[in-house]
Each structure stands twice: as C-alpha cells, then as structure tokens.
Design a protein around this ligand. Sequence first.
Ligand SMILES: [Zn+2]
Length: 452
Amino acid sequence: MATLLIRDAAHIETFDDAGTSHAGASIFVRDNAIEAIGPANDLPREADRVVDARGCIVIPGLVNTHHHFYQTLTRAVPGTQDVPLFDWLIALYPIWARLRPEALRSATAIACAELLLSGCTTSSDHTYVWPNGCRIDDQIEVAREIGLRFHAARGSMSVGRSQGGLPPDSCVEDEGAIVADTQRAIETFHERERFAMTRVVVAPCSPFSVSEDLMRESIALARSYGVHAHTHLAETLDEQRYCVEHYGCRPVELAERLGWLGDDVWHAHMVHPSADEIRQLGATRTGVAHCASSNMRLGSGIAPVRALTAAGARVGLGVDGSASNDASHMLDEARHAMLLARIAGGPQAATARDALRRATRGGAAVLGRDDIGALAPGMAADIVGVRLDTLAMAGGAVHDPLAALVFCRPGNVDFTIVNGVPLVEHGASTRLDIERLVARHNVLALELVSGR
Ligand SMILES: [Zn+2]
C-alpha cells in the first residue's frame, strides 16, 4: 500500500456536502483513495511520497464533461474563426475526414496535457469521425499512458449530405458498423467498479448527422450494458429549425421521443430549451454539459444554466472541442461560465463558488460518478493545488482564495494528482515531454489542414 501526503496547504476547499474548508491543512492518501483531511498537525508528517502544498489552495480535480480532443489539430483555422456552427462544421468536416491514427493519438495527448495542467483530472471525449483506421482504442491507450481519468464517448455520424444530413458522405459510417464497434469498445474497455479510470459512453453526434433509428439503437445498447449516453442537443437555432423541418418537432421533444432523457443521459450545450423543456429535463434528471466558451465563440446563445439546475437537471461544465473554444483550460472555463451567466442574469446569477461547484461536483454528477468531484475520506484521490502567491492572484487571494481562483486570470495549476498519482508537479507534467509533443503535433496539424 503506497501513501501520499499533500502537506501544509494554505487552504483546502473540499466541496463536500457540508461545504467544508480548512486552513493550514493536509490530505493523507492511501493508494488511490483519500484517507484523511484535516489540520496539518493532526495528520502524519511523512508518507511514501510528499507533495509540498505550502502557498497553495487545494481543490478537488475538475471534471470536464464535453470535449473533442481531435480538434486540437484544427484550432483557429482561417475560414472557421468567424462563422456560426453549421458553416463552421461544413468548413471543417473535409479536413477531419483526413484524420489518421497518429494525429488522433497526438491530439489526445495534447488535450490531456492541457487539461491536466489546468486542474482537470477527469474528462470525457466525444470523437465522431473515425476515418483512415482511427479507433477509440488509440485514445484510450494514450489516456491510460498519461493517467487522466477518461470517459471515452464513442461518437458517430451516419446521415451524410446525400441523405439530407449536414456532413459529407465521406465522414459518415454504416449504422451496423457503428453499433458493433461501440459494443466492442464497451466490452473491451468499460470499467464498472468504483475509481474506474476508463469508462465508455455511447454517443451519436447530433440530430443533423444521425438517424432516429441509430439514436434508438444507441440508447438501447447503452441501457443494455448500463453505460451512459451522450449527444449534442439544442445548441443553436439552426439546429432547432433543422429538427422542425426534418422531424416535425423541437430538439428536446425529439430526445424524449427517442428515449434520450434520463439520469443516464447527458446533452452538450442545451442553449435553447423552452420553459416546459427545462421542467422536463429537470424532472428526468437529465444531464447537461454547459460549454460557455464554445457558445460564446460560435455565438450560439446563453444556456439557461441556473433554471436547469433549479429544475433538477444535472449540470456540469465542458470546454467543448478545441476548434470552437479553442482552449482546454478548465479553470478558464469555470471563469467564463460565471461571467456568461452574469450577462444573462446579473451579478448574482453565478458566484465563483457556483462555477467551481459545477466544475467539480456538477461534472461528477453528469458523468454518473459519486467517487470524484469532492475531497473527503473514501473519495478518489483526484486533487489539485494552485499557487496563491502569483502575479495574477496578487491582492486577491489574500482576501478570498477560492473566489480569486475564478475572478483572477487563471493560470496553470501547481500540482495535479489523479487516482493518487502526481501527474503535474511544480506546474510541469511529470510524464510528458511537452515540447516534443507540441513540435510533432504542429507538423501533424499542418499536414491535416493542408491535405498534403
Ligand atoms: Zn461538442
């Protein structure tokens, strides 16, 4: 049994049920679980490994509920910078159709590195293009090597342009093959047990790129294995118009008709639900990945996050894909979520604590987990520390360290521990050669976009 001590933190914010916080405290970890939290003098002074947390605020690892890792290859691509969702997709689909396994693996590593350095310890990813032999195995292998807790959503598209869908036919897959490969991924990789590092999610892409049959088959597959299901829904008014034209109903009505509401489902965005739909999403405990930066970037609108939460929906935060954010920085995302809520609802619409709660407990609930998102004995040792004595925090953290994390400009974290393993220490990755990774990634990104 290995022990780990996070020693002498200036401040610990647990996000437990009672909202406990500690000053001058430590956390004792045995293997991959938290054993004790409390005043530094009451805990052991030594362990097999010690992380010096002096000058840091310590919080639970952040949980990212929506991403498309492969899009780290297509950030800020000219022609996609200033257009709404459908035009953005139409410009990017042919580029993504050239994706190859090496690029997908590189993109996964880049996104995982960025997430870890920004305090994220668990992430979902939603890849929905699988050309040229790309497989979810590529992503799961990389995430396992890096050590990020990973909910791999096996995305899919099956309705191409010739069938009335948005993507080109070159980007879609056969529905039988999609279901068979998703089932294979669940049977090969999905871990059910507490502290699972890999879970598989069934994730057809969106109403405008898959059929009703595939949506029905996908949710049936997910429920037969007891795994969760994920898709994009109610992101833009263009999508709403598409649904009315093609299905004769609004996106949330479509989801209900297809069995896609419930506590084992979460939808990315949910920018445009009606008041009745908000009540329905709440009553069914459906999950929502709120992607504030992406919604601003694409001008999609402002999701009614507060109303969704009040109705009973599970709401977490998502950075969304790197072609529509274009950053995988979870603290930054919490900040944007707080600020965006205030544009819609005034300065009391979201506090710094609300934003961080959504980024931790909220995300854990969205992914269906009770073992992450808070610091308490028996919880997974997913722990993050941020220095309070930096330039960006100067004159802020001394008054309110938790609020300063969100109000002040978020930088990278000092340490990130996932499942009891330090993956970031002193602000640097312990496992990855970032410089080498970035150099190769840039070559792959240029090849992908230029098609050469
Ligand atoms: Zn997305």
